[in-house]
Ligand binder design. Structure first.
Ligand code: 4AD
Ligand code: MG
Length: 464
């Protein structure tokens, strides 16, 4: 009986001499004049294909092999042999080829020529079959694995925070509402919609962040992290924003801002290091075809110590430099992506952690510094992408937190359970959010965030 192997396994020199079955999709077929065919087969297990040599002596050579075209699904039985060809250790000498599904040459959209990423977005259900999207999927998988790996090794508890929530963590009002009320006939109490008749007896939303709930676990169990989908109804049609994205949010009790920065740096180093060692073939492809600097930049993340820079100094650097920015820089105004990129790409040519931001531009939960003007916030900035991590030490003092909420027009009563964490056994604690798609964008060099998530959700787009 032949062994069922993946293409990745069959491509290794150790597989030579084995009788195997491979199953996957045909990328190309070429016929030689000598009366046999070469089939390039891929099954998603590796970037590279395996070459299948199918001779005319095969039963069904005319009926099956000669009908194969890009996209056909097949099972191939045969012997793994050392390949005389360049750039491949092995090939398969086929003894049997079974066709499972054809893909009409006239209508199957993924024929040989390269397609634009814009076009591929219109066929998001087929793009996993392309080189680029296969490589992105494997890198994304590797990154998720590294994240869980690091947190588990460091004793963090993986908690599942809710997707549906009543509280706006970022206080920015960019939430998608969740309701079962009929939109054409909402029950009213005076001029207002009567949400006591809604499913949850109150207005409810898709979460923008699992942080507040993650804090409840950290403030009782020590170290926790959540890793889930988050939703933002901001109407920003940029190459760095999604309406649905995945966020990794660790939260640590008895931790300050410096400890928080240390964890963010360790996490990014771990992720980048693992991708370099576990996805070398995919990374070579990105480096060759997408961005000639990605491998070098990942290696830099692993090797160098991140710069740590107070916001006030960042503003001084930006105001003093000769770069022409679209948006003016002023103390008290949030940094724009162009400013973040200038700092990390040009001024420092290194990853940069900017910290101690003005209180007026950051959410209520960040700890107020003694200067009364800034909060214990931090953003990690990386080349090309800009902000990849946003986090802070949390305000653990009940009275200060209540004042900060009122400052930002939030009603402390709505956050009574969050305030309880400060009422009972409060501790200094800190955490951050790492945007998964921003990391994948950074690692692969892909310029649009819509291409690093399987099914992007952006304004006007939710078809697949
Ligand atoms: O800076 P943000 O808004 O921080 C929070 O939500 C905190 N509650 C996190 C925490 O402290 N636990 O978002 C964190 C990260 C950003 O740095 C960015 O990488 C990513 O989430 N992000 C987005 N990614 C894609 N599309 C969007 N619309 C994003 N908004 C934020
Ligand atoms: Mg942020």
């Amino acid at each position: 009986m032949p062994d069922k192997l993946s293409v990745a396994e069959a491509r290794r020199a150790e597989a030579v001499g084995r009788d195997v079955v491979l199953q996957g999709w045909v990328r190309t077929r070429r016929d030689s004049k000598a009366g046999f065919s070469f089939i390039e087969l891929n099954d998603g297990s590796s970037f590279g294909n395996i070459q299948v040599v199918a001779g005319a002596e095969l039963e069904d050579y005319e009926a099956v092999v000669k009908r194969l075209s890009a996209g056909c699904s097949v099972s191939v039985e045969g012997l793994v042999k050392e390949s005389p060809g360049k750039g491949q250790a092995t090939e398969i000498q086929a003894t049997r080829v079974v066709l499972h599904g054809t893909a009409d040459v006239e209508t199957y959209p993924l024929q040989k020529k390269r397609h634009s990423f814009e076009f591929l977005r219109t066929i998001a259900h087929l793009r996993p079959r392309t080189n680029t999207f296969g490589a992105i999927a494997r890198v994304r998988n590797c990154v998720c694995n590294s994240i869980h790996g690091l947190f588990q090794e460091e004793g963090f508890l993986y908690v599942h925070t809710p997707v549906i929530t009543a509280s706006d963590c970022e206080g920015a009002g960019e939430m998608f509402q969740v309701t079962t009320l009929p939109l054409d006939n909402t029950p009213k109490q005076g001029p207002q919609v009567d949400f006591t008749q809604d499913f949850f007896d109150r207005p409810a939303f898709l979460t923008v962040s699992g942080q507040l709930e993650a804090e409840t676990f950290a403030c009782g169990l020590g170290k926790a992290y959540t890793f889930g989908p988050t939703f933002r109804a901001e109407n920003s049609n940029t190459a760095r924003h999604l309406a649905e994205f995945w966020m990794i949010e660790p939260e640590m009790a008895f931790c300050d801002l410096a400890g928080n920065m240390d964890l963010a740096e360790r996490l990014l180093k771990r992720i980048c290091g693992d991708v370099l060692t576990k996805c070398p073939e995919d990374m070579e492809f990105f480096n060759l075809r997408i961005d000639k600097t990605v491998i070098e930049t990942l290696q830099q993340i692993v090797d160098v110590e991140f710069i740590r820079l107070p916001y006030t100094e960042a503003v001084e650097i930006l105001k003093g430099c000769s770069e022409k920015f679209e948006f003016a820089v002023e103390w008290g105004v949030d940094l724009q992506s162009e400013h973040e990129r200038y700092l990390t790409e040009k001024h420092f040519a290194s990853p940069v952690i900017v910290y101690d931001y003005p209180r007026t531009i950051k959410p209520f939960y960040m700890r107020l510094n003694d200067d009364d003007r800034t909060v214990c916030a931090m953003d990690v900035l990386v080349p090309r992408v800009g902000e990849i991590v946003g986090g802070s030490q949390r305000e653990e003092r009940l009275d200060v937190l209540e004042l900060r909420m009122c400052d930002q027009d939030l009603n402390p009563e709505d956050y009574w359970w969050y305030l309880d964490l400060r009422r009972f056994g409060t501790v200094p604690h800190a955490g951050f959010g790492l945007g998964l798609e921003r990391v994948i964008q950074f690692i692969t060099g892909m310029s649009n965030i819509r291409d690093v998530i399987p099914f992007p959700r952006t304004p006007g787009n939710a078809e697949f």
